[in-house]
Ligand binder design. Structure first.
Ligand SMILES: [Zn+2]
Length: 468
């Protein structure tokens, strides 16, 4: 393994070695299911997806955990406004999240733990922090983490602990803290709010403790990689480190990876700003899910992704180029000797692809290697320089590298219902020199989203990619 990752905590790019040989444990902060997940969130999830896929491509076993926040202030407020329960509201948006991530081909995480199903793990962790005097109870029964008990606080976000400002999430129930910097681990029960009767009292968990409790429950007290958007560095991940390490005495996470924002109109995409785009809406507008995926993965995760009107158009064009070469290679037949240059072209493509991803997951560079291979392939197809076997080898390599990118058409999604019969009928019509019928069948296929082209190898087809 020659993968090197840039760890936010140390600020260094370092060779990656899993704690347990051959097995990588990854935790990603997941969605809060109070509404639809927007594509800014998906950019962060898909960068973790690329990481997981690349580790698996490299032969490693991966356990990927992504939490589902199904109790928080916004869920409570939205459920009350809709006259429903937090369980019903979060079930609905969790189902939508699963539909969305399947559409953009995100690898399903191995575990999607829900906060409300891990209350006991959280209270056990809070009890440990109380026992160790890293936490204290306030008069109303809430529990806060004592930041003064944790000198390393602020390292991840590079803050001066003495000058810490209070985070955004200051709430009315924060009164009674010893220190304004301290954060809530447990919020005492309040009328009209959901709460749990537990060994540490009645109430509900704070957001930060959820991720510490669930990551450690599913991955152990110390694990390899924790991912999230850069907006989670402070206070969320800073708090996760403090409460986890104070409780266990072990290094919580070995490598922290943070994905930069997706910006729309120069501003970070966020629900409160109102500049959001949702996966389901975009797909309903006719955007190809593969083009959307391509658009969200193509920029290196540590760079901001500027999302403009052209973003999906460019991604759709890239997908069309890939589809065209896949169709051309699949349909290629030429009885001639193998191309003597092909071995080195294939080796260079794989080597370039892997070297780019080994360099802190540089996806844009990896895509450049793919398109260099596509150019070589197209040139050779046009010149009829490949043997049938050569074409198959190029296609095999593209498919193999696509285990990481997941943007090529899948065999089973290749043809829409009914198109196969039309294609066969058109072959017969052309053989019978019935050009009128062949043209009519071409139009019928186009209405199904299949473009047909007549080439030396016979009829060749590809899927038309709708782009909004
Ligand atoms: Zn989290």
């Amino acid at each position: 393994m020659t993968l090197a990752l840039r760890d936010t905590l140390s600020g260094e790019q370092r060779p990656f070695e899993p704690l347990e040989a051959g097995h990588v444990r990854i935790y990603s902060c997941g969605p809060t299911v109070y509404g639809p997940t927007h594509i800014g969130n998906f950019r962060s999830f898909l960068f973790a997806d690329i990481l997981v896929r690349y580790l698996r491509y490299s032969g490693l076993r991966v356990t990927w955990v992504m939490n589902i926040t199904d109790v928080d202030d916004r869920i409570i407020a939205n459920a009350a406004a809709a006259g429903t329960t937090i369980a019903e509201l979060s079930d609905r948006w969790l189902a939508q999240f699963k539909t969305d991530f399947a559409a953009v081909r995100m690898t399903p995480p191995d575990v999607l733990p829900r906060a409300t199903e891990h209350i006991e793990a959280m209270t056990a962790l809070i009890q440990t922090l109380l026992d160790r005097d890293n936490a204290y109870r306030t008069e109303d029964g809430s529990v806060f983490f004592r930041i003064s008990s944790w000198p390393a606080y602020g390292r991840l976000a590079r803050l001066d602990p003495d000058q810490l400002k209070v985070g955004e999430r200051v709430e009315a129930d924060d009164y009674g803290k010893d220190d304004v910097r301290d954060f809530a681990l447990w919020k005492a029960a309040k009328p009209g709010e959901p709460s749990w009767d537990t060994s540490i009292g009645a109430g509900r968990p704070g957001w930060h403790i959820e991720c510490s409790a669930m990551s450690m429950r599913h991955l152990g007290p110390s694990f390899d990689i924790h991912t999230g958007g850069i907006d989670l560095i402070f206070p969320h991940h800073e708090d996760e480190i403090a409460q986890s390490e104070a409780a266990t005495g072990e290094t919580f996470v070995r490598t922290w990876l943070h994905c930069d924002h997706l910006r729309l109109g120069g501003t970070k995409m966020a629900r409160r700003v109102g500049n959001i785009a949702r996966v389901a809406d975009l797909l309903a507008d006719g955007v190809s899910p593969r083009a959307l995926r391509y658009a969200l993965i193509r920029v290196h995760y540590r760079q901001a992704l500027e999302y403009t009107e052209d973003t999906l158009v460019e991604a759709g064009a890239a997908i069309e180029r890939l589809d065209a070469v896949v169709a051309a290679l699949a349909g290629y037949a030429e009885d001639r000797p193998d191309d003597p240059e092909l071995d080195s072209i294939l080796a260079a493509a794989r080597q370039g692809f892997e070297a780019a991803l080994d360099d802190d997951l540089n996806v844009s560079k990896a895509l450049a290697s793919i398109f260099e291979l596509v150019r070589e392939a197209n040139r050779r197809i046009a010149d009829r320089r490949l043997s049938t076997t050569d074409a198959g080898r190029i296609l095999d390599l593209l498919r193999d590298l696509d285990r990481v990118l997941a943007v090529l058409p899948e065999a089973e999604e290749a043809l829409p219902e009914g198109a196969g019969a039309l294609l066969e009928a058109r072959v017969a019509a052309r053989a019978a020199r019935d050009w009128a019928a062949a043209d009519r069948l071409r139009d019928e296929l186009a209405s199904l989203g299949v473009a047909v082209e007549d080439t030396r190898d016979g009829q060749r087809w590809r899927r038309l990619e709708p782009v909004s």
